[in-house]
Design a protein around this ligand. Structure first.
Ligand code: ASP
Ligand code: MG
Length: 473
């Protein structure tokens, strides 16, 4: 099929100028694509505001959500008034104003209900947080229309059918496929661009759900699959997937291609890239997936490819994740004692903290792992509780934390079966006297991670990036 699905994120629809830009991009795409579907996020910051309203209301605060309602109305009206300036039809914009007003009213009503109940259920949070996308399509679709592009706003509650796992609902693919085709094909065949809410879906009975934070990318992928689209383009505010954060490394470049496995590693280590869940269905069906920059459309961006077709390379990208705490459970009495690791991680799991990296030396005298800093104290308490007896008997000598460390992750599918790469990485850090506190390599051999002190992090990223620059010559 000659269908293109394009998703625009929160910054890409963040103000009137950005929306004008979206119209130009859609217009340009129509020259090459007979059928274009647009998926939009809420305007930047709006989902956070909606959720803040819900959470404060649940805590008994009857004021904040009213203030937020005013801000939401202001933000959308300002954009609307600005957009209406270019265009001719005041009547249509009055209609939009009425839509926005009723959605903001819905926000106030729902938050008031939460306030009265004193609790926000997952279902209520979804109803409230879905409003951002429901508002943004009401700005984007009429603007496209006025700019000469036939377009229609569509709420994805009509398309994406999910289970009842509110806040992180799972799509039901067969139902989604049939509903999406039935609703969108007639529009597409008539040259109309559906402007669909990202992030949201509905249960089979029509109750609103959300696909999880950042879920609009997933929405675009689901629609791409449901429509047998040829390509899915994710428009964001950076030049695709880059070799490093350009704010740290001036020489960072856009990667023309990245493999599914590489991008998954990057996502796992907290880089702001597509979630693996989003990518898998698309890549598996050989639908081309691109990440592009709304504010620099002439840059082709990055194509995500399935692993088999990956070009052979070595190091592709390097990232730094700040704000981490390293915890160590240490003791000579641990040697050969089974169950210490299991008890350690059960204790961590009880705090609902996810562990991003683990190493254990083969002397078995210490286990070291990384958690986000905000969870550090909680995890520390849990470990002290769990091992109280061992600590008293000195089978465990100490449990200690090193705060404010950074995980540096180097990713590259081409590192597999290629000797010497870890050596290059560590000698480049050694030359610069950067101390590596701990190291881990996943058995996929697709990434190497190391822990460094926060003050060394940027230097480490720059040093490792030089290896990428060297390879490119
Ligand atoms: N608006 C939603 C969020 O902020 C979904 C998205 O933007 O992808 O999480
Ligand atoms: Mg996003």
């Amino acid at each position: 099929m000659n269908t293109l699905v394009m998703k625009f994120g929160g910054t890409s629809v963040g103000n009137a100028d950005a929306i004008r830009h979206v119209a130009r991009i859609v217009h340009a795409a129509q020259a090459d694509w007979p059928q274009v579907v647009v998926v939009v996020s809420a305007m930047g910051g709006v989902t956070d505001m909606l959720l803040k309203g819900a959470h404060t209301a649940a805590e008994g605060d009857g004021e904040t959500f009213r203030v937020l309602a005013g801000e939401l109305r202001g933000k959308h009206y300002d954009t609307l008034n600005n957009l209406a300036k270019d265009l001719s039809s005041p009547v249509r914009w009055d209609e939009v104003r009425v839509w926005i007003a009723s959605l903001v009213d819905e926000f106030e009503t729902l938050c008031h209900a939460v306030y009265v109940l004193g609790e926000a259920s997952a279902r209520a949070l979804d109803a409230i947080s879905s409003l951002g996308e429901r508002m943004s399509i009401q700005l984007v679709a009429p603007y496209l229309r006025e700019a000469g592009i036939p377009a229609e706003p569509i709420e994805a509650t009509e398309l994406i059918v999910t289970d009842k796992n509110f806040q992180s609902a799972n799509p039901i693919s067969e139902l989604t496929r049939s509903r999406t085709q039935a609703r969108l094909f007639p529009l597409l065949e008539n040259g109309i661009v559906p402007v669909v809410t990202g992030f949201i879906g509905a249960t089979a009975l029509g109750v609103v759900t959300t696909l999880g934070r950042g879920g609009s990318d997933f929405s675009a992928a689901l629609l791409g699959v449901a429509l047998d689209a040829r390509e899915v383009w994710i428009w964001t505010d950076v030049d695709g997937v880059m070799t490093a954060d350009p704010r740290i490394v001036a020489a960072a470049k856009t990667l023309p291609e990245i493999t599914f496995r590489e991008i998954s590693e990057l996502a796992y280590y907290g880089a702001k890239v597509l979630h693996p869940k989003t990518i898998r269905p698309v890549v598996e069906r050989d639908i081309a997936l691109w990440v592009k920059n709304t504010f620099n459309p002439s840059n082709p961006g990055t194509r995500v490819v399935s692993d088999d077709t990956a070009p052979h390379g070595t190091i592709r990208a390097v990232t730094a994740i700040r704000g981490q705490t390293m915890l160590n459970v240490e003791g000579r009495g641990m040697l050969g004692v089974p169950g210490v690791a299991a008890r350690t991680f059960s204790a961590v799991a009880r705090t609902h903290t996810s562990v991003s990296l683990i190493t254990q030396a083969s002397s078995e005298q210490s286990i070291c792992f990384i958690v986000p800093s905000r969870a550090g104290p909680l995890v520390m308490d849990a470990l002290n509780d769990e091992f109280r007896r061992e600590l008293e008997q000195q089978n465990i000598d100490r449990i200690w934390a090193m705060e404010n460390v950074v995980i540096i992750t180097v990713v590259g599918a081409g590192m597999r079966h290629t000797p010497g790469i870890a050596g290059q990485i560590f000698s480049s850090l050694g030359k610069d006297r950067i101390n590596v506190v701990a190291i881990a390599q996943g058995s996929s051999e697709c990434s190497v991670s190391m822990i460094v002190d926060a003050p060394d992090a940027e230097k480490a990223v720059r040093e490792i990036h030089k290896l990428i620059e060297m390879r490119e010559g």
